[in-house]
Ligand binder design. Sequence first.
Ligand code: ATP
Ligand code: MG
Length: 244
Amino acid sequence: MKWKADFEDFLSGRTEGEVFEKTALHSLWKLMSRRAITTVDFPISTGKEGNVFRATSEAGPVAVKIYRLNTATFRNIAQYLQYDGLTDVKKNRRNAIHLWAQKEFSNLTRLSRAGVRVPEPIDHEGTVIVMEYIGSEETPAPMLKNARIKKPQAMEIWTAMKRDMARMYHRAGLVHADLSEYNVLYHEEPVIIDVGQTVKATHPLADVFLRRDIGNLTRFFSRFFTVSAEETYEHVLKEESCDT
Ligand SMILES: Nc1ncnc2c1ncn2[C@@H]1O[C@H](COP(=O)(O)OP(=O)(O)OP(=O)(O)O)[C@@H](O)[C@H]1O
Ligand SMILES: [Mg+2]
């Protein structure tokens, strides 16, 4: 196993307690044993839920998301999982994070099959997800928030995003529930990420989440052109918007 020298330090410095560290290392070890990854190269991001690294597989670069045990987020996770009929998660935090990671992986699979542009899911183990790396070799793609885009590109991106929101809703039967310029990467086209909290379109709060997602994006795009949240909502609810 090849590690970049500071990898373990980085991981332990950013995680809470030994249990998670061991869990993450154990999962990474398994992924390496079955050659889903060969090296972990550098950290891309340390977020509230997890750390994302660029890694390498035999087929080229990949992204690895490692979920962390985090009290604040854990409460949300327990709630979301209960809505999905998975109870008793409070008893076993590690188990809950496993479920959460699995849920993100299966959402990626479902979304990719529905034609939504998300990172292609590759493998998962425990609290770790391996997926397509979005970016150029050494430079990960920026979040939409930080991407240097001009009005004509913004228009193209918005068109693709409306189509993807419709596909997500109608073809995958899902609502992202944390969609904003922070959870979209821009690399030649918009790529939707961070689908751990994504809910079924039948979830009791799905409509609230969908309106909130649309509100976030229309607020962002209104810096480029006039855009209405209400019209966008109507547009996304039409099935034919999957093909436009
Ligand atoms: N497939 C990927 N390819 C390249 N970079 C990625 C990929 N997935 C995630 N990232 C980077 O990692 C960051 C965090 O990922 P993500 O949003 O999924 O995790 P998170 O735990 O919700 O973090 P945050 O709290 O920052 O939202 C992203 O903003 C992006 O910069
Ligand atoms: Mg995020």
